[in-house]
Design a protein around this ligand. Structure first.
Ligand code: FE2
Ligand code: FE2
Length: 159
C-alpha cells in the first residue's frame, strides 16, 4: 500500500513536470509562429502553429490523466520562449526543448514500467514516441534549411 502510494506520488511529479513543459511548448511554438509570420515566412509559421496545436493536445491528455487520478492540474512555471534571429536558430532551440521532453518521458515510462503502472506507462510511452518524432522532424527541417543555398538571415529579425 505504501509503495503503491509512493509510486503514485512520483507519477504525479512526472505529470506535473510534463504539464509545465507541454504548456511551455504551446507558448514557445505560438510565439515562434507569430515571429515567423512577421518575417513573412508563412509556411514556417503555419507549421509552427501546427506544432503548438499538437503540444496542446499533449497538455490535454496529461490534464485528463491528472483528473482521472483525482488531482487538480497546476502547472507551476512556464519556460521563457527561445526565439533567435532566424528560423534555424529557433528550430535548434526547439530541438533541444523536444529532447528535454524525450528525456522526461523516458524516465517517466521507465519508472511506471518498474512500478507496474501500466496505464501511466502507456501514456508516457505514447508521448515519448510523439516527442521523438517531433525531434526527428525538426532535425530534418534544420538539415533542409542549412543545406539550402538560399539560407539567409532574415532582414527584419527583431530578436
Ligand atoms: Fe508535447
Ligand atoms: Fe513536441
Amino acid at each position: 500500500m505504501t509503495s503503491r502510494m509512493a509510486a503514485d506520488q512520483q507519477v504525479l511529479g512526472y505529470l506535473g513536470r510534463a504539464l509545465s513543459l507541454e504548456l511551455s511548448a504551446v507558448q514557445l511554438y505560438t510565439a515562434q509562429a507569430r515571429l515567423a509570420e512577421s518575417w513573412s515566412l508563412s509556411e514556417a509559421a503555419e507549421r509552427l502553429r501546427g506544432e503548438a496545436h499538437e503540444e496542446m493536445t499533449h497538455a490535454e491528455r496529461i490534464i485528463g490523466r491528472m483528473l482521472a487520478l483525482g488531482v487538480a492540474p497546476g502547472a507551476s512555471q512556464l519556460r521563457p520562449v527561445g526565439l533567435g534571429t532566424n528560423l534555424s536558430e529557433m528550430l535548434r532551440y526547439d530541438q533541444a526543448f523536444e529532447m528535454e521532453l524525450v528525456g522526461l518521458y523516458e524516465d517517466a515510462a521507465r519508472h511506471c514500467g518498474r512500478a507496474g503502472l501500466s496505464e501511466d506507462r502507456l501514456l508516457f510511452q505514447a508521448l515519448l514516441e510523439e516527442e521523438q518524432a517531433h525531434a526527428r522532424e525538426l532535425a530534418g527541417w534544420i538539415g533542409q534549411l542549412e543545406s539550402g543555398v538560399n539560407q539567409r538571415r532574415d532582414p527584419g529579425a527583431a530578436f
